[in-house]
Design a protein around this ligand. Structure first.
Ligand SMILES: N[C@@H](CCC(=O)N[C@@H](CS)C(=O)NCC(=O)O)C(=O)O
Length: 192
């Protein structure tokens, strides 16, 4: 069975887990600490990032967008029915990139060296990305790659930035609620 190297808070890993479960693809979950660069991770993915999917034949598939394509092909799914799905995935992932950069800036620097303009620069991207996806909400009943990416991104924001992004974004919070109501079996895949 393929093994997914991941960690519970990782939004990109959550996206992949949501899609795999929805497509009925069984994967074994293995938690890794990227900060320790374990060989199981580095041997598969030179970038040392998660998610990384280790296949039964010994090869590795990495970067969540590549894994999504791999899962979709494996299950003959319809995650990428149109370009909109790809664009929403790109913006949702970009929101995560900026949110994560924000977290890393605060986590990895001594407090006096945290650079507020960098935090603001990244947060502006998160805000603009949220505005954009708010105007391009993907379907919830039959989710595509955009829907999984967006649900994972909103889950990450709820986890790390709760109270900072929701005001005035009822369409997005309602969308997440509708997604969870339509797929109660998937909530255990959200960032935690
Ligand atoms: N573009 C990558 C981003 C993956 C990523 O940045 N993952 C984070 C965890 S959420 C990570 O591995 N960080 C450790 C590092 O950058 O060394 C993807 O979509 O898979």
């Amino acid at each position: 069975m393929p093994r997914l190297l991941y960690s519970p808070p990782s939004p990109y890993s959550a996206k992949v887990r949501l899609a795999a479960k929805h497509l009925g693809i069984a994967i074994e979950l293995e938690t890794v600490n990227t900060g320790q660069a374990p060989s199981v991770l580095i041997d598969g993915n030179p970038l040392g990032k998660i998610p990384t999917l280790l296949l039964d034949d010994g090869s590795a598939v990495f970067d969540s967008r590549v894994i999504m394509r791999h899962l979709d092909r494996s299950a003959k799914g319809e995650l990428f029915a149109d370009e909109t799905a790809e664009l929403i995935e790109a913006v949702a992932d970009g929101i995560c990139d900026s949110a994560l950069a924000h977290v890393y800036e605060r986590r990895n620097r001594p407090e006096e060296k945290v650079h507020q303009p960098v935090l603001d620069w990244q947060w502006d991207k998160v805000s603009r990305g949220l505005d954009w996806v708010g105007d391009h909400l993907p379907p919830t009943a039959k989710p595509d790659a955009g829907g999984f990416a967006l649900r994972a991104a909103l889950g990450y924001l709820a986890l790390r930035f709760g109270g900072k992004w929701e005001a005035g974004r009822d369409a997005l919070t309602d969308w997440a609620t509708a997604f969870d109501s339509a797929h109660p079996d998937l909530t255990d895949c959200l960032p935690a």
